[in-house]
Design a protein around this ligand. Structure first.
Ligand code: ATR
Length: 270
């Protein structure tokens, strides 16, 4: 038997539900491309079973995990250590096992930054409106503020936007009307779009505004589609998902991710 940590291991995706996830196809393609015999498996974990599921990640055959809705916040308290960005964001989406210890990380910030680079969208000095005030929005605000963007946050529930803005030293504005979309970049960091909703329904997008939609869906979201059809620059949610996945792969394996093999495993070209 190989010593612990050197043989084929499993990476779990822990969420509820997990059936729709695009991550297994990407991560298994990455392991294959790198000649690694590891495998990536979705595992539906009811909230009542989260503690036991986290305990089972400490076993030798486990390389690590991804964590998704609804466990990303609660899981912080069940790990041995949490990296700085994940602490600031208040959410963990990647777990790395080191011996019997579990380290929590968050790849949202790095994934967002890499997706912008990949799409050649430069936010330095630009006016950026971020929609949403959940964990994803927090990661994105951290990334944007560090890139020198002029950031304002808007949320359907305004109080959450105000609190996020205060915590990270950016602006908060009311949920936008059409005129408020006349900025350089609008980021949809809400979950609206997952089931075909358009968070800006009924509002035209100004010609020069780039749209970053982080909702990762097999079919293009209504917001991304109409922005693309109108000729706006669009950064698709699948592109952020790809770069988040690449960052997780690096954390588990210590190797650079085979980005093109992972990209080819996505349901659309991004
Ligand atoms: P995550 O951690 O993935 O960001 P979350 O914490 O549940 O998820 O946050 C979801 C975000 O999407 C919130 O900002 C939510 O707005 P509320 O704070 O008002 O709930 C936003 N959201 C979800 N559905 C929306 C919709 N149909 N229109 C606008 N915003 C929506």
């Amino acid at each position: 038997m190989p010593p612990s940590g050197t043989g084929p291991q499993v990476v779990y995706l822990i969420g509820h539900p997990v059936g729709h996830s695009l991550s297994p196809a990407m991560q298994n393609a990455a392991f294959l491309a790198c000649g690694l015999a590891h495998r990536y498996e979705p595992r539906d974990v009811d909230p009542a079973d989260l503690e036991a599921a986290v305990g089972s990640l400490r076993a030798d055959g486990v390389l690590g995990a991804n964590v998704t809705v609804p466990h990303k916040e609660r899981i912080l308290g069940l790990l041995d250590a949490v990296a700085g960005d994940a602490l600031r964001i208040g959410a963990v989406n990647t777990i790395v096992r080191e011996g019997t210890e579990l380290l929590g990380e968050n790849t949202d910030r790095g994934g967002f930054e890499a997706a912008l680079r990949d799409a050649r969208v430069d936010v330095a000095g630009k006016r950026v409106l971020v929609l949403g005030a959940g964990g994803a929005a927090r990661a994105i605000v951290i990334a944007l503020a560090a890139s020198g963007a002029r950031v304002a946050v808007a949320n359907r529930t305004p109080d959450r936007a105000r609190r996020l803005a205060e915590a990270f030293g950016v602006g908060a504005v009311a949920w936008p009307d059409e005129s408020a979309l006349a900025v350089d970049v609008v980021v949809n960091a809400t979950s609206a779009g997952l089931y075909g909703e358009d968070p800006l329904a009924g509002m035209a997008l100004p010609a020069g505004t780039a749209v970053v939609d982080i909702v990762p869906t097999a079919a293009e979201t209504p917001l991304a589609r109409r922005a693309r059809e109108a000729g706006n620059t669009v950064v698709d949610g699948l592109l952020m998902l790809l770069h988040q996945a690449a960052a997780s792969f690096r954390l588990w394996t210590g190797q650079d991710a085979p980005l093109e093999a992972m990209r080819a495993a996505l349901p659309r070209v991004v």
